[in-house]
Design a protein around this ligand. Structure first.
Ligand code: ATP
Ligand code: MG
Length: 484
């Protein structure tokens, strides 16, 4: 039987109307006000022809309006297609066509620059429209599609992940069953709302009745201010953000700050160790667009004893390692009500990834005897050198622990004798001799893991989500040659 729930924002506005839903630098809004505004925008969106089931693209930087528009679209039953603000016009066109979007809504800043040849409307234009008689849905079905979100495109072309209300519900529930829910919780949202890391905070806010402190973009000083003076209790971070926070930390964080959820990519050990010294409550987490955010998280009591682990799989979900030999590293496969049904209009990719209800993540890892997951790397980035498995992330982590190294990327290079050998691409904070780097690595890595070559470059190849794209590192050398 179809499972339905009352429409989320409407229910939340009924349960806790006067609680603050979202606070930005200069505005704050209660759940009741948010509902009234979203309902009004929903009616105006109806005047553009949007209705239940429409695929609507949204392209915006974090703002209160973005939040209101998202709730409005969900409220009227549209399927929201999220777009990354850093995409090129070509990438945007691909995702808009691929997802069969009927109209694109943008914030005012992105309206002119974004893209041409598609019906679009800016936030300001929508606000000026007459209201239609389209009303908020009374119920949502957990199997209904709420959002479509493209993967970051780190291993290939981005794929449109279909996320249902049930996926978001169980993701939010799974998170709170692990992290708990405190009366005073305020979750700082300084990651993009168009990523699952940001959007999932918004879903938790409405499901838990929790205040979101919304930042337009990540700025370390403002984050510190939020933690010290605005009662922020939880923040979601990626490693690059955490690094900047550490640079700006001059006194210990107050006890009110209870969780720094760190995910999105590998967390180098030296950084985790620094956090341990500074008493920062880091919870490593592993998840992806396909799992509607976290699926594995290191719970509070184990944060210090299992440093480097992503934790145990959350209550509603299951995890297995697909390897030939028990207890060996292999592909991480997961299952649970937060896991996507599949990729949009891409049966081939869906059938490849989801087999018997288990999602094959493409990531390699192992589970220790106590059930803790250690994520090693992406399967497609694995370097097989003379029959040995070499994980680029491990080498990058060592390189990054050298004070002269600012950024590190490692990939395989063809080699007559070994098949492949690791090669390191480095952005340096200051230059040092290659021999020094080599001996630094020799002390910390087995010989087959020591990069055969070190290439010094100005920047690494990154995608619109700022993730390292290792398969493109060698193109940096061609670019350099062309410039010479
Ligand atoms: P694409 O699927 O298009 O290649 P992507 O996988 O980078 O892009 P996302 O869904 O944004 O797209 O990222 C999820 C991925 O991020 C995971 O599959 C994993 O590779 C990586 N990741 C997330 N958390 C961790 C973690 N704790 N440790 C290591 N890697 C992580
Ligand atoms: Mg992926």
């Amino acid at each position: 039987m179809e499972q339905t729930m009352p429409s989320w924002l409407k229910k939340r506005a009924f349960l806790s109307p006067n609680r603050i839903a979202v606070k930005t630098t200069n505005e704050e809004i209660t759940f009741k006000e948010l509902f009234i505004k979203a309902e009004e925008i929903g009616k105006k969106l109806g005047a553009l022809g949007i209705e239940k089931g429409s695929h609507v693209g949204i392209l915006a930087h974090n703002s209160l309006d973005f939040v209101i528009f998202l709730h409005a679209l969900l409220g009227i039953g549209a399927k929201v297609v999220f777009l990354n603000t850093k995409l090129t016009e070509k990438e945007l066109s691909f995702q808009l066509e691929n997802s069969k979007v009927s109209i694109l809504i943008t914030d005012d800043k992105l309206f002119k620059t974004s893209i041409t040849g598609i019906q679009k409307a800016s936030f300001s234009e929508v606000k000026k429209l007459e209201k239609s008689n389209l009303s908020f849905q009374e119920e949502v079905s957990l199997s209904d599609v709420a959002t479509i979100m493209y993967t970051s495109g780190t291993t290939g072309n981005p794929k449109g992940v279909v996320q249902t209300y049930g996926n978001h519900w169980w993701s939010a529930t799974g998170s709170s069953l692990n992290l708990g829910l405190h009366d005073n919780d305020r979750w700082l949202l300084a990651v993009p709302l168009f990523h699952i890391s940001g959007f999932s905070i918004l879903m938790r806010s409405v499901i838990y009745g929790m205040t979101v402190i919304l930042h337009e973009k990540f700025e370390a000083e403002r984050v510190q201010h939020g933690i010290f003076h605005e009662g922020v209790t939880i923040i979601s971070c990626v490693t690059a953000m955490l690094q900047k926070m550490l640079e700006h930390l001059h006194e210990p964080y107050p006890d009110t700050f209870r969780c720094l959820l760190l995910g999105g990519g590998p967390a180098p050990l030296p950084i985790l160790e620094k956090c341990k010294e500074a008493n920062i409550p880091v919870y490593q987490t592993y998840g992806m667009t396909e799992t509607s955010s976290q699926i594995v998280t290191l719970s509070p009591e184990d944060a210090l004893t299992k440093l480097g682990s992503a934790g145990k799989v959350l209550f509603p979900a299951q995890l297995k390692i697909k390897s030939e030999n028990h207890h060996e590293a292999g592909e991480i496969v997961v299952k649970g009500p937060n896991v996507t049904k599949g990729y949009l209009y891409n049966e081939e990719a869906t059938n490849k990834a989801i087999i018997d209800g288990w999602l094959h993540t493409g990531d390699m890892g192992y589970v220790d005897e106590d059930g803790y997951l250690y994520v090693l790397d992406r399967r497609s980035d694995l370097i097989i050198s003379g029959g040995e498995n070499v994980y680029p992330a491990e080498i990058e982590s060592v390189l990054l622990s050298h004070p002269a190294v600012k950024e590190a990327g490692v990939t395989g290079q063809d080699d007559e004798r070994w098949g492949k050998v690791p090669a390191a691409f480095l952005v340096m904070a200051h230059s040092i001799e290659e021999s020094e780097l080599r001996s630094f690595c020799q002390k910390r890595l087995a010989s087959f893991k020591i990069p055969a070559n070190f290439y010094f470059v100005d920047e690494l190849t990154r995608n619109a989500s700022n993730k390292l794209v290792r398969r493109k590192l060698f193109s940096l050398l061609e670019d350099q040659r062309n410039e010479d």
